[in-house]
Design a binder for this molecule. Sequence first.
Ligand code: NAD
Ligand code: DAU
Length: 354
Amino acid sequence: MILVTGGAGFIGSNFVIDWVAESNEPLINLDKLTYAGNLQNLAEIQDDSRHIFVQGDIGDKKLIAELLEQHKPRAVVNFAAESHVDRSITGPDDFIQTNIVGTFNLLEAVRAYWSALADREKADFRFLHVSTDEVYGSLKPDAPAFTENHPYEPNSPYSASKAASDHLVRAYHHTYGLPVLTTNCSNNYGPYHFPEKLIPLMIVNALAGRPLPVYGDGMQIRDWLFVKDHCSAIRRVLQAGKLGETYNVGGWNEKANIDIVRTVCRLLDEQKPRADGKSYSEQITYVTDRPGHDRRYAIDASKIERELGWKPAETFETGIRKTIDWYLTHGDWVANVQSGSYREWVETNYGNRK
Ligand code: NAD
Ligand code: DAU
């Protein structure tokens, strides 16, 4: 049995679905169901007895302690977080609360449980913390990609809160010997990606005939990884990662935002042409930049490849086609996630941008 947190969000739900498909080991999925958590993401495994869903907060130490005592998991995989940079700029409080205080409370509950385990179970236990490349800050155009030794220089409230959580996880290993592993991954894309993030936002806006808002000059670079590849990397690190180590995860796939948006438009032109015969790229609109916008991220994934033999299965070309197909065939999901609170967020984030 393992305990997964945040398993109703984008990456967590992909991880849970893959876990159930590939393993007989049951899992408890603890998720607060914030705006980003969605049980519809888990519809395909709702009747599978290996998946136990519990609604709750990683900051609720008492609940975590009860779950640990009751189910006695051999590992915890922590996805739960506030994850959107723009929301961390308009309202950082939840980021401090969940990403820092929540991770701290989770670590405390896990430490108490782990300390009381018998020697063998104690040695086999793992706490895997899912983190981001954003903790390393922004790269100059010709600088080498981030290795695990790159200094932490987080620039947004989101990345600063993730950096704080990474430091707590590291300290719990160093001070208490808690058997931790940390992964720092680049930008994911794929099924169940909430349309506040670049790729799904562009897909749903294009199809709805809305503007495609590109921040600043659109030349910021991100390093894209198909979500299922991130999930396979996490499974591999959980299985064979060295205690206390961090592993960068990425797809060697740096692209400028504007190129991503143009690719989305080109594939939609092919697969679902506009009624007027024009390209979706006509909807591209340059808007006011994100404050403090990081210019470039790039992950050096040599360590996980060399030490754990992990490599991504998808190229960007195959992954983005699968993603567009998924959005075109999941109209109900797309419609349901664009609720009243989603529309309020769109107004908050885009309403005042020129
Ligand atoms: P997401 O926002 O889609 O999902 C987050 C999930 O966590 C939601 O289901 C939400 O309900 C849940 N949650 C939030 N606060 C909680 C709390 N206090 N207690 C319990 N559950 C809570 O995020 P995501 O994109 O799936 O990211 C998952 C993790 O991966 C995050 O830690 C994020 O920092 C990290 N990460 C994301 C990316 C990416 O490109 N999306 C890349 C690298 C790392
Ligand atoms: O690098 C990993 C990180 O990737 C994760 O830790 C975060 O949780 C995840 O949200 C993502 O952060 P980004 O800020 O890179 O992702 P986002 O999709 O919000 O933006 C990607 C790029 O696209 C970024 O340079 C900002 C730009 N952008 C984004 C939106 C939403 C636009 O130009 N227009 C937009 O409307």
